[in-house]
Design a protein around this ligand. Structure first.
Ligand SMILES: C[S@@+](CC[C@H](N)C(=O)[O-])C[C@H]1O[C@@H](n2cnc3c(N)ncnc32)[C@H](O)[C@@H]1O
Ligand SMILES: [Zn+2]
Length: 383
């Protein structure tokens, strides 16, 4: 196998040469995930800076070791990063890359991720789950293993299941019915967060989502973990359902695990499609994302511009309500052409509504105006 040297963040790495990124490659490395890794460095930096002790990190699906190595080299206060991978060739790459970067605070393991997390229960402050496809089979071990006060970072690349292209896989993997709508990426991210919350709750642990995003072919969640039965019970009140009317595009967010969900749209009487259970709580912490922005500003990253753009949009939508309106979809429903999105936003603001853009879609907005109010504003602009 041919190798090449790459530079990402502050590290130099040997990675396999490839024609096409594939899970079938002898050792996996995906350059497209650089933005994901840059964001991870920023998130772990903010998390570590909020503590008064050095931290243990588990990169449970290490591949070439790039994440664990970057964490160890680029973040102050990493006591140890454990890079783990089941593939012996990946382990060889990780070992060579640790040497290449002259690091003493990284160790390599060759185990099934579930085993290393179980064996080192209570040891890690941060667990990073970056598997092929779904993280679902590993979250139970992460929930059992992660210390209270720790942080879990999760990637999911099975977006077709989470977003509802395929319904049954989502039910099997996440115990939730997906909702295929124009805002299906948000629904998917919330289904993932809801599944994480339910899994951790078995161990009397609750999540606080600090930052999350859906980018290209993957979704990613960063959540800190608290402990205690009462707090966990309280936090599970953030679980609920979203009901969507395809006829008029109305949507309802209904909290609770066994709530009464209207079968018909209260606005037009059309049928409501229902997705969930999913996380109706916060998907970003304003403080955490603000600190990530400050951190990124001090780093030299190849993806800096895109990272800052994403973080600033997420900061705007941190206080926005659930779901978003895709302006073209709403205009098609109204049988009219789409006005400039900025004009719609300005008119909503003038009307006293909350309005922000969303990182999920450049042609969509988040607002606390309901579909009737939004349509009225769009039609007013067309007059
Ligand atoms: C998506 S890749 C990881 C990419 C890496 N984190 C990065 O940023 O480049 C998933 C890795 O998980 C490994 N893997 C698959 N199943 C595993 C398991 N059950 N336990 C541990 N590693 C596993 C694969 O060998 C592969 O290297
Ligand atoms: Zn309706």
């Amino acid at each position: 196998m041919d190798n090449k040297i790459i530079h990402e963040g502050n590290v130099t790495l040997m990675v396999p040469k490839f024609d096409k990124v594939s899970a079938k490659a002898p050792v996996f490395y995906n350059p497209v995930m650089e933005l994901n890794r840059d964001l991870s460095v920023a998130a772990l930096t903010v998390f570590r800076n909020g503590l008064n002790h050095d931290i243990y990190v588990c990169d449970a699906f290490g591949g070439t070791g790039i994440r664990g190595i970057r964490y160890a080299k680029e973040i102050r206060g990493i006591e140890q990063a454990v890079v783990n991978d089941l593939n012996p060739l990946a382990v060889e790459f990780a070992k060579a890359n640790i040497k290449l970067n002259q690091l003493e605070n990284v160790v390599v393991c060759e185990e099934d991720a579930n085993l290393i997390l179980r064996k080192r229960k209570g040891k890690f402050d941060v667990i990073d789950i970056d598997p092929f496809g779904t993280p679902s089979p590993y979250l139970e071990s992460a929930a059992a293993s992660l210390r209270a006060g720790g942080m879990i970072c999760i990637t999911a690349t099975d977006t077709s299941a989470l977003c509802g292209t395929y319904i049954e896989p989502c039910i099997r993997k996440y115990g939730a019915v997906p909702l295929k709508t124009e805002y299906c990426h948000e629904n998917g991210l919330r289904i993932l967060a809801g599944f994480v919350a339910r899994t951790f709750s078995k161990y009397k642990k609750f999540i606080e989502v600090k930052f999350s995003h859906s980018t290209e072919h993957y979704m990613r969640i960063y959540a800190t973990i608290g402990k205690g039965a009462a707090n966990t019970d309280e936090s599970l009140k953030s679980l609920g359902y979203i009901a969507h009317c395809k006829n008029c595009l109305n949507r309802l967010v209904i909290k609770g695990l066994a709530p009464i969900i209207p079968e018909n749209c209260p606005i037009c009487g059309g049928n409501m499609d229902v997705g969930g259970p999913l996380w109706c709580g916060e998907m970003y912490s304003t403080d955490f994302v603000s600190l990530m922005i400050l951190t990124v500003n001090q780093l030299s990253l190849n993806t800096k511009e895109n990272v800052l753009k994403l973080l600033n949009t997420c900061l705007d939508e941190a206080s926005a309500p659930e779901t978003y309106y895709e302006i073209h979809k709403v205009c098609k429903n109204l049988k009219t052409s789409a006005p400039p999105i900025v004009d719609v936003m300005n008119l909503l603001k003038d009307g006293g509504f909350f309005v922000s853009r969303t990182h999920f879609s450049p042609t969509s907005i988040k607002t606390d105006a309901n579909i009737v109010e939004l349509k009225k504003i769009i039609l007013h602009l067309k007059d």
